[in-house]
Design a protein around this ligand. Structure first.
Ligand SMILES: Cc1ncc(COP(=O)(O)O)c(C=O)c1O
Length: 474
């Protein structure tokens, strides 16, 4: 079983709570004190405390610190029967999604909230030119239904592209969808019924949580941390103790943390899923946006069982208005195809033909090479601004690719005053609290770097950072 650095202090706290040395409600050492005593990094201590919160031993009171949970019965029952304690019965995701879906108004000082390529980064000229060519060449044939699972040519192109990074997709088993979220919906609906329990990463992007809520599923959140990535040991434990119907993961450049799962963890996760026969629903929407040398692998690369259902779309790499995604549903193809049909027969032919053109002529690859470089430069510039201007005790994850930086502000800071300031000064971030069903991410926020960096948006980060400093009590 994997061990984590933070266990040196979490095991001591857990032990002291169990033997009564630490009583319910008593204050626990601060992050700083633990860091000093055990010579751990801030993020290790934070991860350790998050782990104890998830297990039910510890409670986090924003702006006050960590305390032994007042209802320890819950934690102890969670040890023997976690089903009651860890499953989120709440099937309606009622967080303030309004905050995220508000369209950016012109003249925002800093729009760091929309996970989509901005107008400046969308290859507008290329897309519009190719669309015109498609209309000229395909003419009235674009007005017919295309096959339910999509154009065969497009499926072959997607499959042959995936083969280049070791991901064996069978073009006969691919289904073209209206974007990635529809692919997720189909994948989940193929293997679950309302009331079933599934596992998801925590934090998790709210759009995925919305789909889960819509399907009336219960969830168990599997923590992911900066240092360890996906907690496979915790996943194994959850699988052992619950009837999990599926796992939803974004292994490559997870939104919001930007974490890239190592191949080792991907394989470990797959072996747990195989052992318990749990379908893995793998979201690879950010896989092409890597900052390293190589395109990362998918969990699907290592699967021969058909238990892995991989999906993606071109919303993040080309433009979100091109509603074109795909799903490789493995052994659940028959259910998935039926669902695709019921959701509207076929994806708009014009988008399918557009993608065929972009893939066939290699324009997609050429665009990606430039796009990845731009994103990486923006991630570096924004990462530097954040660490320069935000107060000590803040922490920002370093993304390995994708679009987002996950930030944490000091617990003592009045987070609502911070958001109020940002809102009134039109500096837009996404509040951490909407990335989970509980309130464990109240001091986190997501910063998107999909807009071209300029003096105006760096200045807005400076203003937000200075405000955060001022909001810290002396
Ligand atoms: C992880 C993730 N999956 C899916 C989506 C939605 O993708 P699409 O627009 O292709 O439905 C998003 C972005 O909104 C996302 O961040």
């Amino acid at each position: 079983m994997q061990t984590y650095r933070y266990e040196v202090f979490t095991s001591v706290i857990e032990h002291k709570i169990k033997n009564g040395t630490l009583l319910p409600g008593s204050r626990l050492p601060s992050i700083r004190e633990i860091k000093k005593e055990y010579r751990l990094s801030m993020s290790s201590v934070q991860s350790g405390y998050e782990y104890l919160v998830i297990k039910g031993w510890v409670k986090n009171i924003p702006r006050s610190g960590y305390f032994v949970a007042s209802d320890l019965k819950k934690a102890t029952t969670a040890q023997s029967s976690p089903q009651k304690q860890q499953i989120k019965e709440e099937t309606t995701f009622s967080k303030n999604v309004k905050l995220t879906s508000v369209r950016n108004r012109p003249n925002e000082y800093g729009s760091f909230n929309a996970a989509t390529p901005t107008d400046l980064l969308i290859p507008q000229k290329l897309i519009l030119k190719k669309m015109q060519e498609v209309i000229r060449e395909k003419a009235a044939s674009l007005l017919r239904y295309y096959p339910v699972n999509g154009s065969l040519k497009l499926r072959e192109l997607i499959a042959s592209r995936a083969r280049q990074y070791g991901c064996a997709l069978n073009s006969e088993e691919l289904i073209i969808t209206d974007g990635a979220l529809q692919a997720l919906y189909i994948a989940l609906a193929s293997v679950t019924r309302p009331g079933d329990t599934i596992a998801v990463e925590s934090p998790c992007v709210f759009s995925i949580l919305e789909v889960i809520a819509n399907l009336q599923l219960k969830t168990i959140e599997i923590p992911i941390h900066e240092e360890i990535g996906f907690d496979t040991a915790y996943f194994r434990k959850i699988c052992n103790e619950n009837d999990i119907k599926a796992l939803v993961v974004t292994p490559n450049f997870h939104n919001p943390t930007g974490i890239l799962m190592t191949d080792e963890i991907k394989k470990e996760l797959l072996s747990v899923a195989l052992m318990y026969e749990i379908p893995i629903i793998e979201n690879d929407i950010y896989g092409d946006l890597y900052f390293g040398e190589e395109r990362p692998s998918c969990i699907r690369n290592f699967d021969e069982s058909g238990l892995v259902m991989t999906f993606s779309s071109f919303s993040k790499t080309l433009a979100p208005g091109i509603r074109l995604g795909w799903l490789h549903p493995g052994k659940y193809y028959v259910e998935a195809e039926k669902l695709r049909f019921s959701l509207g027969r076929s994806v708009a032919p014009i988008y399918q033909e557009l993608l065929i053109k972009l893939l066939e002529e290699n324009s997609y690859e050429k665009h990606l090479r430039v796009f990845r470089k731009q994103l990486q430069e923006q991630a570096t510039a924004i990462g530097e601004a954040l660490s320069n201007y935000f107060p000590d005790g803040s922490h920002f994850y370093k993304p390995a690719g994708g679009y987002s930086i996950w930030g944490r502000l000091p617990e003592r800071l009045d987070i609502y005053a911070f958001y109020h300031y940002c809102e009134t000064h039109r500096i837009l971030f996404t509040p951490g609290e909407i990335f989970g069903f509980g309130n464990q991410f109240s001091h986190y926020f997501r910063i998107i770097f999909a807009d071209r960096i300029n003096t105006k948006n760096v200045l807005s980060l400076q203003k937000a950072g200075e405000k955060a400093r001022k909001l810290l009590p002396e």
